[in-house]
Design a protein around this ligand. Structure first.
Ligand code: CP
Length: 326
């Protein structure tokens, strides 16, 4: 694994999850792996969990971390080629990225989509520019379309929950439902996309997506997953309900505040006493009702805790790979 930018194609998903579990039980066992190595975390957008969990993960491996909030602390970057830079953008990625590649051993990048131009977002210009010009391993801390670190933590959380409740699930495929939730503004598809990709790697789950008409995710992501526009139907007998808002993919960037999709305790009555998941941050009483978030079936804290261990597994794998290549 040279980079970590998507769950698909190149990575051994189950090995990463096993390594994350190993680090959860032995946080400091590899605390020399990152000695004299430096991780740069570059943020073009805000973060609480990704920023801190990745920094803690690096620290557990003995690695130094430097965080740069490009939007606040640095020069505004131009990513497009052949632009006459006489506007607000001060520095081109062609100059900035090789410098970062020189200062750091691994670079994490967070860059959200603009949700105005689908083709532009799907081109992943920011992430791909760093990949092109830094020449060092890149970790996606959430890109325009994907959030693979979050999906790894989600997969680990489901696996652990199943393990703790094995007798309940031993005779059936666990039903995992990704349900759209309302929101007050356009939100990226990244978490939902990566979660759907992750479920594709878990053939032992019965995975269903439910969202309103007009809010289907990209067919390139959902492929043959069963999608229903009837939330009630999807929730029946569900074991895990992952709640997440995303803006429209077809009518790109459109959003909806339709409160009939809020996940509340009444809706949970039709599930199989489901666990509830959300990547956070969550808007209480808009996406999920208070009583659900405050219940013991809610896994959001476990998901956030697991962000550390999956980040540690990813950083360690990249470090081991770069050591073996040297
Ligand atoms: N879930 C997640 O990525 O949280 P942050 O945006 O706070 O990093």
């Amino acid at each position: 694994m040279k980079h970590f930018t998507t769950l698909t194609d190149t990575y051994n998903f189950n090995n990463l999850l096993q390594l994350a579990t190993f680090y959860k039980n032995n946080p400091f066992i590899d605390n020399h792996l990152g000695k004299h190595k430096r991780l740069g975390l570059i943020f073009l957008n805000p973060s609480l969990r990704t920023r801190l969990s990745t920094q803690i993960a690096a620290s557990n491996l003995g690695m130094e971390t430097i965080i740069l909030n490009i939007d606040k602390d640095s020069w505004a970057l131009e990513f497009n080629d052949h632009v006459i830079m006489n506007g607000s953008k001060v520095e081109h990625i062609k100059e900035a990225a090789p410098i970062l590649g020189n200062y750091f051993d691994i670079l994490g990048i967070r860059s959200f989509p603009n949700l105005q131009n689908r083709a532009e977002d799907e081109n992943e210009l920011v992430l791909n520019s760093f990949l092109k010009y830094t020449k060092i391993p890149i970790i996606s801390l959430e890109s325009a379309c994907l959030h693979p670190l979050q999906a790894l933590a989600d997969a680990l959380t489901i696996k652990e929950t199943l393990l703790h409740q094995k007798p309940l699930y031993s005779n059936k495929k666990p039903k995992v439902v990704l349900t759209w939730a309302p929101h007050i503004k356009p939100i990226p598809h990244c978490v939902a996309n990566s979660f759907a990709q992750c479920m594709e790697l878990e053939p032992d789950y019965n995975f269903v997506i439910t969202n309103p008409q007009g809010f289907n995710l990209s067919k390139k992501i959902t492929k043959n997953v069963h999608i229903t526009h009837h939330q009630h139907e999807a929730l029946e007998n569900a074991d895990f309900v992952y709640v997440k808002n995303w803006s429209a993919y077809e009518d790109y960037g459109k959003f909806s505040t339709d409160s009939s999709w809020l996940l509340n305790s009444d809706k949970l009555k039709i599930t199989a006493n489901a666990h509830v998941m959300h990547c956070l941050p969550v808007r209480r009483q808009v996406e999920i009702a208070d009583e659900v978030l405050d219940s013991d079936k809610c896994l959001v804290q476990e998901q956030a805790k697991n962000r550390v261990w999956v980040a540690q597994a990813v950083i360690a794998t990249l470090l081991k790979n770069s050591i073996s290549c040297n």
